[in-house]
Design a protein around this ligand. Structure first.
Ligand code: GAL
Length: 445
């Protein structure tokens, strides 16, 4: 009887895994944006390449870079890799959803089932360290760094973010800045406005725009991370880089008066967002700015890639940028990295890919399209536009802070709870409840 029960349980498990796999591929096809056909084309090409069967074996690259504003950089990097390694068949296994909203869940299922992709996008910091290194799912890359002479090619602080106990676990492809506000320059000009540098100035500018019938701040929090991102930037401005870090380390409490003030400021800012924010994703909300329906948006600089490459807007002509109020000297760091999961069969091919993405040419092919700056310190600045050159300089000089919304400051478990708390706050505006939820989640860490 027991044996029979065991077989039934096994069957249910197998069926559930099959259903899960089907869901995943659905997700991979769906985008919610305008590039559904492109993706289908990509996956057809991929299947053909795989069917041709590279002698060097297959390489499955897992990320969430699909669709508008996200996939151009990755496609260019893959093309460069294919030129250098025509014998390796690449499978672009991207799963749609900003900030990894869906991809991270698919990845977790695969990692738990010991079915890792050949390599996957993972943020430097806690997302890499607490989710995968701590679970013993990644291979150290120290020898690779030595062979490729990478040790002095990335800022030390960044290598620290992808290291644990002296071992290095991934290769950064870029640096995104998260504390940027992009704005529609004509809207600012028509209303005689200057970029605000303090929270008070921001609220004054927002009030004027509102009176002029323009949505001051575009928000698309169909995926909750976009609102969390605004809140983390307010916290950075209120606390400064050291105490901001201390908050996520549990060394500063959520009833600190500066944190309470930050939540109040965040609440004020939310008064100025578009009414339909809950039904938009980040690209849809960025479009409000490009169309002049909204004036500003707080986005990491993947939005710059979207404005320039997808919407054909000129930087410093059609759209401008400024640091999130009260964070001019700060840099919210978001670094996408790729590593070598334990147990993959094609280790050599993965290292070939990491070598291309870690090279000057790889980084300078990927980043100008992605909107980010190179993680390497010796990249060719002439490949970057004014925004890129400015940001490269800011990155050298600013105080660095790890992003919560993008997985660097705290564990995935904490981030999930923080996103839920912020999402409730956006509709209810209950400061006490928000801070209590964040504190309770911290205690559970
Ligand atoms: C971040 C990621 C960026 C960009 C963004 C929006 O988490 O680091 O590369 O993809 O999400 O999806």
């Amino acid at each position: 009887m027991r044996k029979f029960f065991g077989i039934i349980v096994m069957l249910i498990f197998v069926l559930a895994m099959v259903a899960c796999g089907a869901d995943d591929s659905d997700e991979e096809q769906s985008d919610g944006n305008d590039s559904g056909t492109e993706e289908t084309d990509d996956s057809q090409e991929t299947e053909e390449a795989a069917a041709e069967g590279g002698e060097g074996g297959d390489l499955e690259i897992f990320s969430w870079w699909t669709g508008a504003g996200e996939e151009d950089g990755l496609n260019a990097l893959i093309e460069l890799f294919e030129e250098e390694h025509p014998d390796i068949a690449v499978e672009n296994a991207a799963v749609a959803g900003g900030a990894g909203t869906n991809a991270k869940a698919v990845l977790a299922t695969r990692m738990q089932g010991n079915d890792p992709p050949s390599t996957f996008q993972v943020h430097a910091g806690e997302e890499l360290n607490q989710s995968w290194v701590a679970a013993d799912k990644m291979e150290p890359l120290n020898d690779f760094y030595e062979e490729e002479e990478l040790m002095d090619k990335f800022p030390e602080e960044l290598i620290d973010m992808v290291s644990q106990d002296g071992d290095i676990y991934s290769v950064p492809v870029n640096i995104h800045r998260g504390n940027v506000i992009f704005y529609n320059m004509s809207v600012f000009e028509e209303n005689g406005l200057e970029p605000p540098t303090t929270f008070d100035e921001f609220l004054d500018v927002a009030e004027e725009l509102d009176a002029a019938g323009v949505t001051p701040l575009a928000l698309g929090d169909k995926e909750a991370w976009t609102a969390t991102q605004i809140f983390e930037n307010v916290l950075l401005g209120s606390l400064g880089p050291e105490d901001y870090q201390a908050l996520w380390n549990g060394d500063i409490s959520f009833d600190d008066e500066r944190v309470v003030e930050a939540a109040e400021t965040f609440k004020q800012m939310l008064k100025y967002v578009n009414e339909d924010h809950a039904s938009r994703n980040w690209q849809d909300s960025a479009q409000l700015v490009s169309e002049g329906e909204a004036a500003m948006i707080n986005m990491g600089d993947w939005a710059k890639g979207y404005f320039s490459n997808d919407l054909d807007m000129e930087v410093n002509e059609d759209f401008g940028y400024f640091a999130f109020p009260e964070t001019t000297d700060e840099f919210m760091v978001i670094s996408d990295t790729f590593g070598l999961p334990s147990g993959v069969e094609n280790e050599e091919e993965v290292k070939e890919f990491l070598s291309v993405l870690g090279s000057v040419e790889g980084q300078d092919t990927f980043n100008p399209l992605k909107g980010s700056i190179p993680a390497r310190v010796d990249a060719d600045e002439s490949k970057y536009d004014e925004y890129g050159v400015d940001t490269i300089e800011d990155f050298r000089e600013a105080n660095l802070a790890p992003s919560l919304a993008h997985g660097s400051a705290a564990s995935e478990g904490y981030l999930t709870k923080a996103n839920q708390a912020v999402n409730i706050f956006v509709t209810q505006g209950d400061v006490e409840r928000l801070l209590e939820s964040l504190e309770t989640a911290m205690a559970e860490e």
